[in-house]
Ligand binder design. Structure first.
Ligand SMILES: [Fe+2]
Ligand SMILES: [Fe+2]
Length: 347
């Protein structure tokens, strides 16, 4: 019998993380893990290093849930007695919570494993709980953006391609790039270890272009409280089905993972973020398209910001990960405000 790289010791160490998998899913997962280790080894990554990355996801998520949960968050006052909380979670993308007189709106949910921690945090900082959430939007199918969507009281809104991507079980869906096994193994790893829970019933956004902002088509519009959000279709550089959201009255642009303020992540969060890149090679299914999207978003953001400045306002760029930012004199992302710190230990 051929010797397995994912040996008994390694499988024992990851056993608690893959506990939700059925026997069949577990066999497929292990076989895809073997393949992935070999692919990355050919690209220069020692098998031991690759396996350590996989285990580190479980260790990190375990360490940062419950009493180990901590976050930085920005509190942005909006007209009409509304507040936007942008919460940088210990791992993965931001949880955006709009507090409004008619209830809460959630834009990207964070990992499933952080849901309870986030609700506890909201209670502690005097922002209530999730029982009055009336609207949930997921910008794309990565677990750190939609993994807790099944816990909220309303069905989440997403692009139909995101629904199909989630059903397919791989973030490489509809993006053939020759790294299918790596994408699939990473997807099963992160979805399982972070306890992703997306409900069967979701609400699909429209997909027909209404008009355009530069290279991006506006495909739908949502309203919640007195806010109206344009839904922009991405070009799919990060992942197929990704959408951006823009609220013109408040000057809020949600770029999802097409634009990140990586420099504002703590060292631990930045290290954790780099695991996905190291496992797959790149978290962008098409790096060239991702570069075009980034450039275009920055160009549009500058244009909108210049426009808003005329009425004494600024465009707030709400990145997928990292602090809400504005453009500085050099046109670079700069944190909009000093974040507050929350730790579950201190409450
Ligand atoms: Fe993300
Ligand atoms: Fe992502």
């Amino acid at each position: 019998m051929q010797e397995m790289i994912l040996d008994t010791d390694f499988l024992a160490r990851i056993a608690p993380y893959i506990e939700p998998l059925t026997d069949e899913e577990r066999s497929i997962y292990i076989a895809e893990g073997e393949e992935s280790v070999k692919i990355r080894a050919e690209e220069g990554m020692p098998p031991g290093d690759y396996l350590q990355l996989v285990e580190n996801i479980g260790l990190y998520l375990g360490k940062t849930t419950g009493e180990g949960f901590e976050s930085h968050y920005q509190k942005i006052s909006l007209p009409g007695s509304k507040t936007l909380l942008v919460i940088q979670l210990p791992g993965g993308g931001n949880l955006n919570v709009f507090l409004t007189p008619v209830g809460k709106m959630i834009l990207d949910t964070g990992y499933g494993c952080y849901y309870k921690d986030c609700e506890r945090m909201l209670k502690t900082i005097g922002a209530g709980d999730f029982s009055d959430v009336g609207f949930v939007v997921c910008t794309h199918g990565d677990a750190d953006h939609c993994g807790a969507s099944g816990y909220f009281p309303v069905a989440p809104v997403m692009h139909p391609v995101t629904r199909a991507l989630l059903d397919s079980g791989t973030r490489g869906y509809a993006s053939p790039n020759g790294r299918e096994i790596l994408e699939k193994f990473y997807t099963t790893t992160i979805n399982t270890y972070s306890r992703m829970y997306v409900p069967d019933e979701v609400r699909l956004c429209k997909t027909e272009p209404i008009r355009k902002h530069g290279l991006f088509s506006i495909i739908d519009e949502f309203t919640f409280a007195d806010m109206r959000f344009e839904v922009w279709a991405s070009l799919g550089g990060h992942i197929a089905g990704q959408i951006f959201l823009y609220e013109p009255d408040e000057g809020l642009l949600f770029t999802s993972d097409a634009l990140l303020n990586f420099a504002t992540l703590t060292k631990e969060r930045a290290n954790y973020s780099s695991i996905a890149d190291s496992m797959i090679g790149s978290v962008n299914v098409n790096s060239e398209t991702a570069r075009i999207e980034r450039r275009e978003l920055m160009r549009i953001a500058k244009e909108m910001d210049d426009d808003l400045k005329k009425s004494g306002r600024r465009l707030l760029i709400c990145c997928g990960h990292g602090a809400v930012s504005i453009l500085d004199e050099k046109g670079m992302l700069s944190p909009y405000s000093e974040p507050w710190y929350y730790s579950a230990k201190s409450c």
